[in-house]
Design a protein around this ligand. Structure first.
Ligand SMILES: Nc1ncnc2c1ncn2[C@@H]1O[C@H](COP(=O)(O)OP(=O)(O)OP(=O)(O)O)[C@@H](O)[C@H]1O
Ligand SMILES: [Mg+2]
Length: 414
């Protein structure tokens, strides 16, 4: 048995884009008699080489359109490479597009049989596994409901449950884990952990670098169809983030602030006697950026506007990881910066000289309250986010950087 599960050797994939689409039946007939239709070649992958070792969790990261899904479809045999040599050693189960292999009018139960037959599982076996599949997907109450009434999270749960009960040696998933809620994601990660320990292989495409870091040992970064880097998932996600940071600096060169709920997150409440008009995350040079380094500086700048005088306001920020981990919540009261009153506009800075957070995506809240911290003038709850990279400190595990020091004292032998 080979120690490699999947092997890309100089793989290229060309798509042919047709510029004249038949818009009507007449067009179609006319086109059929045309000697040649104008076409354009598009290379979705170009000379890509990498190996996925058996028993490894392998991530594929890259921007939209970089060829990640194309790579998975090649592995799954849905597409054929235009050039190169692709080898897949082992039985494979694929979770590609949301709802692929399902029929909307069939119930969950009927879809389990349909999907299993596509995966090549005999219906006798499905009968034995049905309860386990439904239980893993946590869909007991909905198993006889047509799939068209399922939420996307429910469809993903069902797809994942079927795929893993097909007992594959290689599991490939395209972004689907991110569709499920946090508790299901955690359950999948726990399952994948056990699955990997039994020597099997996972290939995961995700835009969530946190997920890639948490699950994968190794990864490839695809950039417009080319393998830009291959290495440990930490090296690759850090390199990819650094690149995104560079691109972002170009975009944010005017020092623009991130706007409220820019990434679709966050809630806002308050009576607005003082309004938070803008929140900026600034680096050492005072430039707004969503990218920071462990041990480096970070300043949160909260811009405000108060149409009339408001006495003794309290400004605060909070940092969260995921939905439930509240890391910190300093305010001008606890930080001993009494503000007598505000009227008109200005800004308040919270300066962190050395950020004690490790690699990850963090969410930021900014708020202004009355003197007692009870009445909200304006609260932007987890409406902003920022990335932290820890490559420079060389420590990656966990969330917090203690910046501790190791000492060794061997006992003197007599
Ligand atoms: N069947 C197809 N015909 C023509 N072009 C295609 C086809 N499938 C994909 N492409 C093109 O190939 C490129 C790579 O697409 P792919 O879906 O692999 O990207 P991706 O990395 O998965 O992106 P995303 O992050 O948005 O999912 C894109 O430019 C896409 O438009
Ligand atoms: Mg894709």
């Amino acid at each position: 048995m080979t120690s490699v599960a999947v092997e890309f050797r100089g793989i290229s994939k060309r798509f042919t884009l047709r510029h004249h689409r038949a818009r009507s039946f007449q067009d179609y007939v006319i086109n059929a008699f045309r000697p040649s239709e104008p076409t354009e070649d598009f290379w979705a992958l170009r000379d890509v080489t990498f190996q996925v070792p058996r028993g490894c969790a392998f991530g594929i990261v890259g921007e939209n359109g970089s060829g990640k899904s194309t790579a998975l479809k090649l592995i799954a045999g849905i597409l054929r490479p235009t050039a190169g040599d692709l080898r897949v050693h082992g039985k494979l189960a694929a979770l590609l597009e949301l709802g692929a292999g399902f029929h909307p009018d069939l119930t969950g139960r009927e879809n389990i049989f349909l999907n299993a037959s596509i995966l090549g599982i005999p219906s006798r076996e499905v009968n034995n596994q049905l309860d386990a599949i439904v239980a893993f997907a946590e869909l007991e109450r909905f198993v006889d409901t047509p799939l068209k009434h399922y939420s996307s999270g429910m469809i993903v749960r069902l797809g994942f449950a079927i795929a893993i009960h097909a007992d594959p040696e290689i599991l490939i998933t395209d972004e689907v884990l991110s569709v499920g809620d946090e508790s299901f994601q955690r359950k999948c990660i726990t399952w994948i952990d056990g699955y990997l320990r039994s020597g099997r292989t996972v290939i995961l495409v995700s835009h969530s670098l946190d997920l890639v870091r948490a699950v994968c040992e190794r990864a490839v970064w695809l950039d417009r169809g080319v393998a830009r880097a291959i290495g440990t998932s930490l090296e690759i996600t850090d390199a990819y983030l650094a690149h995104a940071e560079e691109m972002d600096r170009g975009r944010h060169a005017d020092g623009a602030a991130i706007s409220f709920g820019a990434d679709g997150r966050g809630r806002r409440w308050g009576t607005r006697e003082i309004e938070i008009t803008r929140v900026e995350l600034l680096d050492a040079t005072g430039i707004a950026t969503p990218f920071f380094q462990t041990g480096g500086p970070l300043t949160v700048r909260t811009h405000y506007r108060a149409p009339a005088r408001v006495p003794k306001p309290l400004f605060g920020v909070a940092v969260h990881y995921g939905d439930h981990v509240h890391l910190n919540g300093p305010n001008t009261g606890t930080g001993r910066l009494p503000i007598e009153s505000v009227e008109g506009s200005g800004f308040v800075d919270y300066v962190v000289p050395s950020l004690p957070l490790l690699s990850g995506l963090y969410h930021l809240s900014a708020a202004v309250y009355d003197e007692r911290g009870v009445h909200a003038f304006d609260h932007h709850d987890r409406a902003y986010s920022f990335h932290v990279q820890s490559s420079r400190v060389g420590e990656h595990t966990g969330l917090v950087w203690f910046n501790g020091e190791w000492r060794h004292s061997p006992e003197v032998m007599r």
